[in-house]
Ligand binder design. Structure first.
Ligand SMILES: Cc1cc2nc3c(=O)[nH]c(=O)nc-3n(C[C@H](O)[C@H](O)[C@H](O)COP(=O)(O)O)c2cc1C
Ligand SMILES: O=C(O)C(=O)c1ccccc1
Length: 331
């Protein structure tokens, strides 16, 4: 792990209510997948190519993955995260504690909207319109959550509600006045993806793909991209590390749409490994929350800056270009 990220996590742990720290840090079940997401990177090594005589560009293939409830980390919440972007894309959660329009207004980079499809399609459509009107540039439908994950740390603490004064602000006054709960629904299907594609001209991504046949289906349903993700180990605690699921999805997609990855990315080297295995970009979840808790927008900026610096350094050491033949098992 990049030491700055470790330091920011330590600081976050020191300042956060332990209940909120554990909400951010925790995973589902025995937290096997939570640990595996990071461990999978350490099982791989990079074989650099030398003497390629190539200077690298400034492209930084990183986005901020959607995470709920940033006001639990810092009073400015998602506004602070949005101010820190300086060109990086923020995928803003349905469960943000700041309305999406305010997130976009504060943003210094593109904002995409992460959508939990609601069982009532009128409510879903109202969320989509809200994201469009705010100026979001894409929709990211989360597909790995037919039910809420079971997080033992939250159960142990009895954490299930936001404290008074905080709410999932995007859920206010949709269709009818008042605040709704975010629903997870096992009836969400590819038909909903088709309906969303008819509903909006925004590029539609699907997040939470692990099976290559689902990647194939996603492409068949006209998505703009897929995110290989296990929700940071917060849903099914039986799945592979997201990095280990990546190659088969990349093969199934066969270059037809971009394949992003999130889960366990904690250094510039991790970014390089994911790209070498065919990811077009990676998403960062918890480290952004640690930066936010430790130091607001400056902490989030620090996370992005150290990852950018480290990634570009690693990329240069690898000869400026990454490919699958450069990844080997560490034995
Ligand atoms: C506290 C927390 C809240 C999350 N909330 C959402 C969410 O609202 N929507 C979503 O699609 N994913 C959500 N995720 C999953 C992240 O988008 C992402 O897949 C995961 O955090 C990536 O792993 P990492 O934290 O190891 O970087 C959440 C993750 C965490 C840790
Ligand atoms: O905690 C999560 O992982 C998550 O996705 C979520 C979704 C809705 C509300 C709160 C958290």
């Amino acid at each position: 792990m990049n030491p700055v990220l470790a330091e920011l996590h330590d600081k976050a742990r020191a300042v956060l209510d332990p209940v909120h720290h554990d909400f951010f840090a925790g995973g589902a079940g025995d937290e096997v997948v939570l640990a595996e997401n990071e461990a999978a990177f350490r099982r791989l090594a990079l074989l650099p190519r030398v003497l390629r005589g190539r200077e690298i560009g400034e492209d930084f293939p990183v986005m901020i993955s959607p995470t709920a409830f940033h006001k639990l980390a810092h009073p400015d919440g998602e506004l602070a995260t949005a101010r820190a972007l300086s060109g990086t894309t923020l995928v803003s959660s349905t469960a943000s504690t700041v309305p999406i329009a305010d997130v976009v207004a504060a943003a210094t980079g593109p904002v995409w909207f992460q959508l939990y499809v609601q069982p009532d399609m009128a409510v879903t459509e109202a969320l989509v319109r809200r994201a469009e009107q705010a100026g979001c540039r894409a929709l990211v439908v989360t597909a790995d959550s037919p039910v809420f994950g079971r997080h033992r740390r939250d159960l142990a603490h009895g954490f299930h509600d936001l404290p008074p004064g905080l709410a999932a602000e995007n859920m206010r006054d949709l269709v009818e006045p008042g605040l709704r709960n975010i629903a997870m629904s096992p009836t969400v299907s590819w038909e909903h993806i088709d309906r969303l594609r008819e509903m909006t001209a925004l590029p539609l991504w699907v997040k939470g793909i692990l099976h290559p046949q689902d990647a194939e289906l996603a492409v068949g349903h006209g998505v703009a991209g897929v995110v290989v993700s296990n929700h940071g180990g917060r849903q099914l605690d039986l799945v592979p590390a997201s990095l280990d699921a990546l190659p088969a999805v990349v093969d199934a997609v066969a270059g037809r749409v971009p394949v992003a990855l999130d889960g366990g990315v904690r250094s510039g080297g991790d970014i390089a490994l994911a790209l070498a295995l065919g990811a077009s970009a990676v998403g960062i979840g918890r480290p952004v929350l640690w930066g936010l808790a430790a130091d607001g927008d400056q902490g989030v900026r620090r996370v992005l800056d150290v990852l950018r610096d480290e990634f570009l350094h690693v990329l240069t050491l690898c000869g400026g270009e990454l490919s699958r033949d450069m990844v080997v098992k560490r034995c």
